[in-house]
Write a protein that binds this ligand. Sequence first.
Ligand SMILES: Cc1cc2nc3c(=O)[nH]c(=O)nc-3n(C[C@H](O)[C@H](O)[C@H](O)COP(=O)(O)OP(=O)(O)OC[C@H]3O[C@@H](n4cnc5c(N)ncnc54)[C@H](O)[C@@H]3O)c2cc1C
Ligand code: SF4
Length: 350
Amino acid sequence: MTKPVLIIGGGPAGLSAAHALATAGRKTILVEKEDRLGGAPILSGYARLVPSHEWASDAIGGMVTRVEQNPLVEVHTNATVQTFDGGPGNFTALLKDGTKIEADSTILTTGFTHFDSINKPEWGFGTYPDVVTTTQVEQMISSGKGVRCPSDGRIPDRVAILLCVGSRDRQIGREWCSKICCTVSANIAMEIREMSPKTNVYIYYMDIRTFGLYEGEFYWGSQEDYKVKYVKARIAEVTSDGKRLLVKGEDTLVKRPISIPFDMVVHAVGMDPNVDNMTISSVFGVDLNRWGYIGRQSTYAHLAETSRPGVFVAGAATGPETIDDSIAQGHAAAMAALNLTNMAMKTAAE
Ligand SMILES: Cc1cc2nc3c(=O)[nH]c(=O)nc-3n(C[C@H](O)[C@H](O)[C@H](O)COP(=O)(O)OP(=O)(O)OC[C@H]3O[C@@H](n4cnc5c(N)ncnc54)[C@H](O)[C@@H]3O)c2cc1C
Ligand code: SF4
């Protein structure tokens, strides 16, 4: 008889892997450290997702319900794995509440951590209340109350969105591009303009990476249909003149210094490796890559494999990923887990 597949992390990648395995008739045990499933889109209260424009609560919430209602999936929330021993076909995990789990294989879908803007103090976060992050703006939109300045609740006349906060920044050890924040920022800018047509929105960028099919709808659409303005700039600091925030730096197209007043400044925060990754690496015995994400053994042939046989990985645990790619990787990891069992059964029968 086969043992269940253990999945660690109940975000889009883990939900996708659990659903795929249960659909194939395999029992799955899903372990999530927070008190509910859904990963970043649910836990951080994202609003409408790109590229589908569906509310995160509907789209990812639907994935949560599908898994929670499946009798083949056993969910443990508020749970983490303390020890993990054995090999393929014969793993034993001990949860912090003392629960012992036996598993054929394991899939790590432990995701990422939002960059903490406090690590970019010169851009005003933590000093001025009206300097916020894209995550906070997502929460303002999904709450239904609209985008308002935290200092006094007024609707802002002028909003600046600063891209690449905690990404593409070697000075703070984050050289990667977080992939989705240009498109998310263009989407947020359009949402703000739709909710409050009098608010002017400016996006300050080094390069725009609304990759693939996102270019037409989000980059051009935000300018042509919503009059969002894009400024190519190097931002030096965000300060205040006592009344308004000042975004200071250099307009790199005309090569002139700028100091522009705003009511609200939004940091488009990047996707850091999960803060738990050192512990995850040590408990599960898997290698991290040089950036601190969980390493994959191969880019093409064995997409889901880690350095430890029988332990697979998917989604933003491997590096910055979009939701749809995380879901696809969750499926791939489920397939790898099924293959492992099939191979073991075939060998046993020979
Ligand atoms: C501001 C912002 C907006 C975004 N908007 C979009 C968008 O509109 N469209 C899009 O495609 N992408 C978007 N993204 C990217 C999106 O958040 C990720 O693609 C997605 O969350 C990755 O899913 P995941 O399941 O791999 O990881 P996560 O969503 O991070 O889920 C990981 C889960 O694992 C759990 N976990 C972590 N460590 C442990 C542990 N040790 N033990 C047990 N459980 C653990 C976590 O609590 C979490 O539930 C956005 C990103 C940001 C920063
Ligand atoms: S997607 Fe855009 S904002 Fe995000 S890191 Fe890459 S270039 Fe910067």
